[in-house]
Design a protein around this ligand. Structure first.
Ligand code: PMV
Length: 325
């Protein structure tokens, strides 16, 4: 094995407050609209990449299991970008583990491609700026460009590979917002977000969702920077509902919600009406992310545990940027 051709990195997933759905340039994952997220501290994917003459093709080992098919070819395509850029021609072995369930609406592809990008670039001897890493991570999975950074992050949609990347909006210590993911289902989702993006344009509501995105981004940015929870809650729930309205009106229709998802939505709305600062947001899966200020997190935690159908709660606070191990 060639020494020095191995590196490991860790990255956290993120939850989008203003969502990315649909691409302006699908092959480059240049999105239809900009987005804003919180990097989820405590949840993490760790990935080691080893380029070596030993391998006759790229290998992917997830949670100790050898994986092939679509997941492997997506990783191999991403490694090709890094090989082209670095001049390394060797195949790689990619070993990855996460401390949260994959494919259940907890942006696992975000932490996976952020960690893979960072580890593969280091293993190939490339030294890139965070913005260059963000651009590159975006090619593997759009939301991964946000997981390169910690805290509160904005992805500028841009119109080309060059100007589509994420940047920090505020550091993790800016606001102690807690994200409680209420898990109602742990299975891998039937339609991946990669497939879902291709359907976005088939919804008659997508154009309206995209047209309103700049206003929602501004509202979200201002609410975050001024730590105005009520303002944030309203725009976050609106944006999540718009995303799912687009999904449900695509052809074919995508229904990620389960009955328990809606039960939690109702419960959270009722709690907020009664004065408890909490709001919900849902990605491409049935699990519900509940956001609240740290001061009421324990109360929200106990309330959520009493909602029928909530099997597990994953708790996180704004976390750190992706890092080399
Ligand atoms: O990065 P992808 O292709 O997994 O897409 C993520 C899509 C959503 O999670 C639904 C929204 C988002 O902005 O993270």
């Amino acid at each position: 094995m060639t020494p020095g051709y191995t590196a490991a990195a860790a990255a956290s997933p993120n939850i989008a407050l203003i969502k990315y759905w649909g691409n302006r340039i699908p092959v480059l994952r240049v999105p239809a609209n900009g987005s804003i997220s919180i990097t989820l501290g405590g949840l993490e994917t760790q990935t080691r990449v080893t380029f070596s003459e030993e391998w006759t093709q790229d290998r992917l080992i997830l949670e100790g299991k050898v994986i092939d098919g679509r997941a492997l070819s997506r990783v191999a395509t991403h490694l090709d970008l890094i090989r082209q850029r670095s001049g390394v021609t060797l195949h790689a072995c990619v070993e990855s583990t996460s401390n949260f369930p994959l494919g259940a609406g907890i942006a696992s592809s975000a932490s996976a491609f952020a960690a893979l990008t960072l580890a593969a670039c280091a293993a190939a001897g490339l030294s890139l700026s965070s913005i260059e890493l963000s651009r590159l991570a975006r090619r593997g999975s759009g939301s991964a460009c946000r997981s390169i950074f910690g805290g509160f992050v904005e992805w500028h949609a841009g119109t080309s590979d060059e100007d589509s990347y994420a940047e920090p909006l505020a550091p993790s210590e800016h606001w102690g917002l807690v994200n409680l993911v209420a898990l109602v289902h742990r299975e891998h989702k039937a339609v991946t977000s990669a497939e879902g993006h291709l359907l976005a344009e088939t919804s008659p509501l997508q154009a309206a969702r995209v047209a309103g995105a700049p206003d929602r981004l501004r509202e979200c940015r201002e609410a975050l920077l001024s730590r105005d929870f009520d303002r944030l809650a309203r725009v976050v729930e609106l944006d999540s509902n718009l995303l799912h309205a687009v999904m449900m009106t695509s052809d074919p229709a995508l229904f990620y919600w389960l009955p328990d998802t809606l039960r939690i939505i109702h419960a959270v709305s009722e709690w907020r009406q009664k004065g408890l600062p909490v709001c919900y947001t849902i990605d491409a899966g049935p699990n519900v992310h509940c956001l609240c200020p740290v001061e009421v997190a324990q109360q929200v935690d106990s309330l959520l545990r009493r909602v029928p159908g909530v099997s597990t709660l994953l708790r996180s606070q704004p976390g750190d940027a992706a890092r080399l191990l």
